[in-house]
Structure formats: structure tokens, C-alpha cells
Design a protein around this ligand. Structure first.
Ligand code: SF4
Ligand code: SF4
Length: 166
């Protein structure tokens, strides 16, 4: 499978499932969609996703040290959402070659669901994230992306632990 095909199929896994059965954005006024004042923060794009956003009005693709990111207009239709937004606040991580759905280490600063842990989120969503991860493992390029994301998550976890986070 090519990276682009893997990402497209992974996006489809999260087309209809969300962290909660109700719209969690209504609980927190969509905190994960808001940039900090004075900052323009983007979402990491998976390989091949940038082409979709390059010419969309109101969206901007930037190159960052971790790869391409997209800055969105702050509102979107579900079918426009990048994969990073579809899986948040979880991430598919690679452990001994297997995919696990883990809480994104960045979520605790933003997302009120982070405190409930992975099992506090809907089973359909957790399985969607795992399935997306399994599909991403089928392309060499996206497998490497997942392994790199896992490594960065581990670093962030160690850093948070060093500052007393549980
Ligand atoms: S911050 Fe968490 S609870 Fe709020 S919209 Fe984003 S994923 Fe849902
Ligand atoms: S792309 Fe959509 S879901 Fe993602 S941050 Fe922007 S508005 Fe929120």
C-alpha cells in the first residue's frame, strides 16, 4: 500500500466515530481547535495529506521540524479534518510492532477528556484509532511516521514525569 492510500483509509476509519458518542466539542467549546493567542499552531499532517490542504481557502500548509503541518481556519466540516484531528486525544503508538491506542501526551494541557484515560473514551473510537494505526503500518513511509511519533511521545512522557506529571 502507498502512504497516501494508507492515510486515506486511516482517515476513513475515523470518519464517523468520535471520542464520545455525543459531540465533545460542545463540552469544552472545542478547545483543541483554538490556537493560543498570538500563536498560529498547526496540526501535523501525515504523508500525502498536505496536497489536500495546499489549495483550500483559509488553510495554510507549513513545513515544521517534525514534518508538514496545516493551520486551519478554526472551524471545519468533518470530512475536511486532518487525520491528526480525527484521532485526538488519542494516538496510535507502536509497541513491539503492535499498535496500541494511547492518550496523546499533549492532551492533558488541552482536553478535558484526558483525565478519564483511554478507557474513558468510546470503544468505537478506540478501535477506529487502532485500525487507523494498523493501516498506517502497511506503508513503509507511514510506519516510520508512527514510529517517530511514538518516540516523541515517549520523550514527552519522560519530560512530563521529570516535572512531576502523573
Ligand atoms: S479538546 Fe478534547 S473534549 Fe474538547 S473538542 Fe477536543 S477532543 Fe473533544
Ligand atoms: S481542522 Fe477542524 S478539527 Fe482540526 S483543529 Fe481545525 S477546526 Fe478543529
Amino acid at each position: 500500500m502507498t502512504a497516501r492510500e494508507a492515510v486515506e483509509k486511516a482517515r476513513e476509519c475515523l470518519e464517523k466515530v468520535t471520542p464520545l458518542e455525543s459531540d465533545c466539542g460542545e463540552l469544552c467549546a472545542a478547545r483543541c481547535c483554538r490556537s493560543l493567542e498570538g500563536e498560529e499552531t498547526g496540526m501535523l499532517l501525515f504523508p500525502g495529506e498536505e496536497e489536500r490542504y495546499q489549495h483550500m481557502e483559509g488553510w495554510k500548509v507549513l513545513s515544521g521540524s517534525a514534518g508538514n503541518v496545516v493551520v486551519c481556519p478554526g472551524r471545519c466540516n468533518r470530512n475536511e479534518r486532518p487525520l491528526s484531528c480525527r484521532i485526538f486525544p488519542l494516538l496510535p503508538v507502536v509497541r513491539k510492532g503492535e499498535i496500541r491506542a494511547a492518550m496523546d501526551q499533549r492532551a492533558s494541557a488541552v482536553c478535558p477528556l484526558a483525565g478519564y484515560g483511554v478507557k474513558g473514551l468510546s470503544e468505537a473510537f478506540r478501535e477506529g484509532v487502532r485500525e487507523a494505526g494498523r493501516l498506517l503500518m502497511e506503508s513503509e513511509e507511514t510506519r516510520q511516521t508512527l514510529e517517530e511519533m511514538t518516540r516523541r511521545q515517549d520523550e514527552l512522557k519522560a519530560l512530563r514525569a521529570a516535572f512531576g506529571a502523573k
